[in-house]
Design a binder for this molecule. Structure first.
Ligand code: FCB
Length: 492
């Protein structure tokens, strides 16, 4: 790419727009026993035979805990304006409650200070899936007390870092970790229980509400939001059954987590399909669960194509189909009477699909990001939106010349950035774009094989190599900085 291409991309965005990269603690840190860190549900899950592909685990990952200085230098060299990372709860409170583990906290203090010195916004997430095992032993996210523990943890972290960090995400993708962790058993803690899943949905809603208030009590000026997985849902055909199924899929996939916080209500199609008591709501919850989030974070990787009929079960990784169709494996006893749970089918990787696929089998569909941004704006108004994850897995390694030619990844990001620009032109109030991910990393149950990074990691030597996509992204960040500088000069 030439400098003028990068300038051309940057020119579509306002000067204050932040270009970022994204990671999460469990996927890169390693050092799971260092400095008093407690055990998390993922260590326990990883010990289950077959839970993680090839029997891999995150004990070393990218060794970021030990190499954070080198990593800070690399992030700085990329020229990004924002670094999204997560704080590991078991490093702060090894058993999920009680006093702060100072040594664990100090790691994040060093990281945040390093980012600030480099002029990069630290943008932490408080919970990216690594629950302290001690809390899981007491019921995990299906137990109401976990919400109160999360609020205490939030307050502790805010007290320590709130003077330096202005913007916080409470959770990463609540819908994914509750479904995969409690219903489908594919992610930690590996439970397969419909009743537990439904309870977890509501406990996580209350954890958002209580965590938000705890954060604001410590730092009223902090910007506090949360990060949701979202995908536009499209009917496979115009048939009424497909349309109805799509509305249901949209309610459950996109609005089950954000909806109650933004509106004080669970989406009606969801409520219609479960017995209300399965959520184990307490008196007063309805009033408490609405919170004025300062921003919505969004992670979009694909669209969902939905049909309301069909008798064969597609072999899909998407939880929604399973929620709706396969109650027997979930051990649930809820009465799913409406809509007919056996009649909804979600297609992403199968059936109708026009885009090429990534190594995850996910269809490349940049329009999905555009549509999600506009649907948030349409539903919730001009709330600031942070694109917290956008990215793709492809399988390139350094060639003999030591260079990683990942044109497909570069094209992926260029197309998704263009989709953001289009959505902004149409009215979406988008503040940032974060590439998932800075590094190749531990991709949960899929282990290390899917490589999402713009920086290649050799897991034997821990050598980091900028892929072509990272070099390209650096140009974009550079052009954006020049543009911001030029605009502020012109304004003087
Ligand atoms: C998202 C997760 C992130 C990573 C990407 C590929 O669902 O938030 O940790 O696994 O998918």
């Amino acid at each position: 790419m030439t400098a003028s291409d990068a300038r051309e991309i940057a020119a579509h965005f306002p000067p204050g727009f932040l270009w970022g990269v994204s990671t999460s603690a469990y996927q890169i840190e390693g050092a799971l026993d260092a400095d008093g860190r407690g055990r998390s549900i993922w260590e326990t899950f990883a010990e289950r035979p077959g839970a993680i592909e090839r029997g891999e685990d995150a004990s070393v990952a990218c060794d970021h805990y030990h190499r954070y200085r080198e990593d800070l230098a690399l992030i700085r060299d990329l020229g990004v304006g924002s670094y999204r990372f997560s704080i590991a709860w078991p490093r702060i409170q090894p058993t999920g409650s009680g006093p702060v583990n100072r040594a664990g906290l100090a790691f994040y203090e060093r990281l945040v200070d390093g980012l600030l010195e480099a002029g990069i916004r630290p943008f932490p997430t408080l919970y990216h899936w690594d629950l302290p095992q001690a809390l899981e032993d007491k019921g995990g996210w299906a137990a109401r007390d976990t919400a109160a523990h999360f609020a205490d943890y939030t307050a502790l972290v805010m007290q320590a870092l709130g003077d330096r960090v202005a913007q916080w995400s409470l959770f990463n993708e609540p819908s994914i970790f509750t479904t995969r962790g409690y219903l489908l058993g594919r992610y930690a803690p590996g439970r397969q229980s419909l009743p537990d899943y439904l309870k977890a949905v509501h406990v996580v809603t209350m954890a958002h509400a209580d965590g938000f208030r705890a954060a604001k009590a410590v730092r009223p000026d902090a910007k506090v939001g949360s990060v949701f997985a979202m995908a536009p849902c499209e009917p496979a055909t115009d048939a009424p059954a497909d349309r109805a199924a799509t509305a249901y899929a949209d309610a459950v996939f996109n609005h089950l987590s954000a909806g109650p916080l933004m509106t004080g209500r669970y989406p009606q199609p969801f409520l219609d399909s479960i017995p209300l008591k399965a959520l184990a709501m307490l008196p007063g919850d309805t009033e408490r669960m609405r919170v004025p989030l300062d921003f919505i974070g969004v992670n979009t990787y694909y669209r969902l194509v939905v049909s309301g009929g069909g008798d064969s079960r597609p072999d899909l990784p998407y939880f929604l189909f399973d929620i709706l169709s396969d109650q027997r494996t979930t051990g649930g006893h809820a009465d799913f009477s409406r809509p007919d749970p056996t009649a909804v089918r979600i297609e992403n990787a199968f059936g109708r699909s026009e885009g090429k696929r990534t190594a995850m089998g996910w269809e490349i569909w940049p329009r999905a990001l555009h549509d999600v941004l506009l649907s948030i704006t349409g539903l919730y108004g001009p709330i600031p939106i942070e694109v917290c994850e956008s990215g793709c897995a492809f399988d390139e390694s350094p060639g003999d010349d030591g260079v990683v030619h990942d044109d497909a990844r570069r094209a992926y990001h260029a197309a998704h950035i263009a989709a953001v620009a289009d959505a902004m032109k149409a009215g979406a109030n988008v503040m940032s774009y974060h590439v998932w991910s800075l590094y190749d990393n531990f991709e949960w149950a899929s282990g290390y094989r899917p490589r999402f990074g713009i920086v290649h990691v050799d897991y034997v030597t821990q050598r980091r190599t900028l892929k072509d996509s990272a070099r390209w992204y650096r140009e974009v960040c550079h052009a954006a900085r020049l543009r911001a500088g030029a605009v502020s000069l012109a304004e003087r």
